[in-house]
Design a protein around this ligand. Structure first.
Ligand SMILES: NC(=O)c1ccc[n+]([C@@H]2O[C@H](COP(=O)([O-])OP(=O)(O)OC[C@H]3O[C@@H](n4cnc5c(N)ncnc54)[C@H](OP(=O)(O)O)[C@@H]3O)[C@@H](O)[C@H]2O)c1
Length: 282
């Protein structure tokens, strides 16, 4: 059994699969998010960079307004991320307010991440100060990091002004980029590991090891990759802009991979990022 929710270190619950929304065209985002909620997604991952925060919020709001008695805001978990150019105290303060303005009917942001460590130590920590204030002001419930390496996590955890610890680190993880050491370190410090690009952007769908396991468990490659992530204790963020794939990807909750099948999928020595790499940034 894998849990449908994880508990964050600050006590909030977070649904263990999120719908990724990178690269979903704005014109399709409202529908995909709304259809996603109807088939069971409760967690949505966007970012200032993706340009679709408003549409993600509109999709959620469409569902909330449809049946206000039964569709409650607290059931939904909304994540967004500050972009690199918004790092620094003043810029981050303004950007957080703007993030909330984009989804004003949601009233608050469940989780706000710093998208990457690329802007350097001074701006990273200044940004964190603004993010901590956003928690105190009630704009944001939880704060976390993305693409952080061990060094960046230590920098933050050892910062004398730390008031709220990061609750997640969102990094690329798949069987071909396992980052076992970093993932274990995050968990040891109480951070939930969110796995981005859990479907390897679609590049590995015909990999023989993957297809062997798919045949054994009678599930498709997307479902097996999502399940692999869950069984490692991660929070995968599969993205699709295809309505008919939404429900299928959630079926990752419904079957199990044996230890042997997990081992067939694990490629601990592979290093095949499909996206940017900045966990080693200065
Ligand atoms: N923090 C960061 O720096 C960062 C970086 C990258 C991504 N992310 C987050 O992580 C999410 C996921 O990553 P990603 O979007 O880059 O890649 P991904 O989820 O690994 O892969 C998405 C691709 O897989 C396809 N797909 C979806 N379900 C499938 C299925 N069942 N069978 C076959 N193909 C399937 C999608 O096609 P269709 O859409 O055409 O169906 C799309 O081309 C993003 O959307 C974003 O929220 C964060």
């Amino acid at each position: 059994m894998v849990p449908k929710f994880y508990k964050l270190s600050n006590g909030f619950k977070i649904p263990s699969i999120a719908l990724g929304t990178y690269d979903i065209p704005r014109s399709q985002t409202v529908e995909i998010v709304y259809e996603g909620i109807k088939c069971g997604y409760r967690h949505f991952d966007t970012a200032v960079l993706y340009g679709n925060e408003k549409e993600v919020g509109d999709g959620i709001t469409k569902w909330l307004n449809e049946d206000p008695e039964n569709h409650k805001r607290e059931e939904i978990f909304y994540t967004t991320k500050l972009w690199n150019s918004q790092n620094g105290y003043k810029k981050a303060k303004a950007a957080i307010q703007q993030c909330l303005n984009e989804v004003s009917s949601l009233k608050y942001i469940d989780l706000l991440l710093i998208h990457s460590p690329l802007e350097g130590p001074k701006l990273r920590l200044e940004t964190w100060r603004a993010m901590q204030e956003a928690v105190d002001e009630g704009l944001v419930k939880s704060i976390g990091v993305s693409n952080y390496g061990k060094k960046h996590i230590d920098e933050l955890l050892n910062w004398p002004e730390l008031k709220y610890k990061p609750v997640v680190n969102q990094i690329e993880i798949s069987p071909w980029i396992m980052r076992q050491e970093l993932a274990d370190y995050c968990k040891s410090k109480g951070l939930v590991v969110e796995a981005f690009a859990p479907l390897c952007h679609g590049y590995k769908m015909t990999n023989p090891d993957l297809l062997k396991v798919c045949k054994e468990v009678d599930h498709n490659p997307g479902q097996v990759l999502i399940r692999w992530s869950l069984q490692h204790g991660y929070l995968p963020l599969p993205k699709t802009k295809t309505v008919k794939r939404l429900e299928g990807n959630l079926a990752a909750y419904e079957f199990e991979l044996s230890d042997e099948q997990m081992k067939i999928l694990d490629h601990p020595d592979a290093y095949e990022p499909t996206d940017w790499e900045c966990t080693d940034a200065p």
